[in-house]
Write a new protein. Sequence first.
Length: 483
Amino acid sequence: MSEAQQVDARPSAAPPPAGGVDGFFEISARGSTFGREIRGGFATFFTMAYILVLNPIILGSAKDRFGHQLDAVQLTTATALVAAVMTIVMGVGGNLPLALAAGLGLNAVVAFQIAPLMSWDDAMGLIVLEGLLICVLVVTGLREAVMRAIPQAMKQAISVGIGLFIAFIGFVDAGFATRIPDAANTTVPVQLGGTGTLSGWPVLVFCLGVLLTVALLARKVKGAILISIVTMTVVAIAVDSAADVTSWGLTTPKVPDDVVASPDFGLLGHFSLFGAFGATSVITVVLLVFTLILSDFFDTMGTVVGISAEAGLLDEEGRVPGLGRVLLIDGAAAVAGGAASASSATSYIESAAGVGEGARTGFANLVTGGLFALALFLTPVLTIVPLQAAAPALVAVGFLMMTQVKNIDWDRYEIAVPAFLTIAVMPFTYSITNGIGAGFLAFVLIKAVLGKAREVHWLLWAASALFLVYFAIDPVEQLLGVR
């Protein structure tokens, strides 16, 4: 063999590892680019920026035991601050395109179930306590162990269920589907539009946005989701100025009079860690913390698995990279949310919009977190995106996540039935936690009746037992004399 042939026969050298920011976030290694990460960060922010409006509305509309209400401006500042800091921390520490902010559902529990029993400081103290307990579960390895014990097919079902759930959120937020006010006297709980038909300019903007988004996705246009959000926001502003629109919902697309708004950090640090124990019975406090932990625990689990699966980051065994760090940061976010009086912060499924835009690493979080930080001062500018312009992204991403349904073995009922319940219950009950609970209970029950109980990890048995209490919380409270 000649020397030239010997040289040609040698294996080609591997490309040198990327350095700097690219190497730290593994941007090239995960098949992404800076452009995709930046577009994904913008898409995630605009898809979840509604929390800057919605969280202050939910928390600010409630009164505590003493009739006190939280200030809306201070709530907006606290919401933006926690979202900015924890999203950046997740990006740097967890390296996942997973943004965090005040959790919907959890904030409603705080506002309408916990606060009426105690002061706001005591209620936020419970959130801090819940977050600390979740961190303990992470440090002991229990939270990660539960996630690893879940069969791969169930993880895929969770991802598919979340896809349908966020698509449903998109339809509802845009007013395309609405809850019928007099549901008790009608045949269906939801309907098309507000009156059984589609009407109004805002819904038209949403429909055009969906068509634009799917058209761009079908043509594989880079930045499809972000282009759609920005384009439809401009259209919405034009429509609002030219037409007589009664209401856009939470956000009206108007060019703001003021560009800069001063943040008010007055709520930071206003919490009492153990004050709730003096305001109500110990049993009540324990049940409230249990409900918060269970909801936060499994909501996050579903979100982390779903986003990681959609981004193609799960390994061959369906495991999330750096899961321990991700879960610890999520637990710390709950602590931060309570300490800032913004309610428990958690991972946001709307991060799927950024993943759909191409984000694969935590670098996208630097963009999203940076925009939340800007929102502290530029709220009038950055919150002009109406839900009707952002919701098409949720519908499109719902479709993308739905495609994983093909990986579930529908011929095996011991997998298919729990998977179906997981997928169906999430959108039908408007809760990721409920869907996971229904799937868990069905999985262990079917395994038991088939004589395969030993195949079920003991952690799934324990989680299912907790879910049984979760679903039966009302009779349990009555038996314990809480009510």
